[in-house]
Design a binder for this molecule. Structure first.
Ligand code: HEC
Length: 152
C-alpha cells in the first residue's frame, strides 16, 4: 500500500513537472511572438524615419543608417518563427507551410535595404525615393502572402 501511494505521488509530481514545462514553452512562444512584433515595429519606425528625411530633404546619411538597421532587424526576424509560435499572431500558417517562400521574401526585402543604403549614400533624392518605394513593395509582398490583414 505504502509503496503504491509513493508511486502515485511520484507520478503526480512528474506529471505536474511536465505541465510546468508545457506552460514554460507556451510562455516562451508568447515572448517570441511579442519579440518579432516589436522587431517589425522598429522596422516600421525605420521606414518612417526615412520617409521623414525624404519629405524634409533631410540628411541622406540617416537613410544609410536606417537601412543598415533594417538589415539587422530582418536577419533576426526570420529566425523568430519556431514551430508552434502560430498562436496570438498575425503570421499566417503559410510562414511554416511555405518556409522557403517566406525566407525568399525576407531575402527580397534584404536586397531592397541594400539598394536603399546605396541610394542614401548617393545623396540623390530621386534615387532615395525610388529605393524607398521599392522597399515598401518588398514589405507588402511578404505581408500579402504571410501576414493576416489588419481587419482579420
Ligand atoms: C519576410 C516577410 C516580411 C517582410 C519582408 C516584412 N514583414 Fe512586416 N510582418 C511580417 C509578419 C509575418 C508579421 C506578423 C508578425 C506576428 O504577428 O507574429 C509582420 C508584421 C508587421 C507589423 C506589425 C507589427 C505589430 O505591431 O504587430 C509591421 C508594422 C510591419 N510588419 C512592418 C513591416 C515593414 C515596414 C516592412 C518592410 C520594411 C516589413 N514589415 C517587412 C512579415 C514581413
Amino acid at each position: 500500500m505504502r509503496k503504491k501511494a509513493l508511486i502515485a505521488v511520484v507520478v503526480a509530481a512528474l506529471a505536474s513537472g511536465a505541465m510546468v514545462a508545457d506552460m514554460t514553452m507556451a510562455l516562451a512562444q508568447t515572448d517570441i511572438v511579442k519579440e518579432r512584433q516589436e522587431n517589425r515595429k522598429q522596422t516600421g519606425a525605420a521606414m518612417r524615419a526615412i520617409k521623414g528625411v525624404i519629405d524634409s530633404k533631410g540628411d541622406p546619411k540617416i537613410v544609410v543608417q536606417q537601412a543598415a538597421k533594417m538589415k539587422e532587424l530582418e536577419a533576426a526576424f526570420v529566425k523568430m518563427f519556431p514551430p508552434g509560435s502560430d498562436k496570438n499572431t498575425k503570421a499566417l500558417p503559410t510562414v511554416w507551410s511555405d518556409s522557403a517562400g517566406f525566407q525568399a521574401a525576407s531575402k527580397e526585402a534584404d536586397a531592397a535595404y541594400d539598394k536603399l543604403a546605396v541610394a542614401g549614400g548617393s545623396g540623390n533624392f530621386a534615387e532615395i525615393t525610388a529605393a524607398f518605394q521599392a522597399t515598401g513593395k518588398a514589405c507588402g509582398a511578404c505581408h500579402q502572402k504571410f501576414r493576416a490583414k489588419e481587419n482579420n
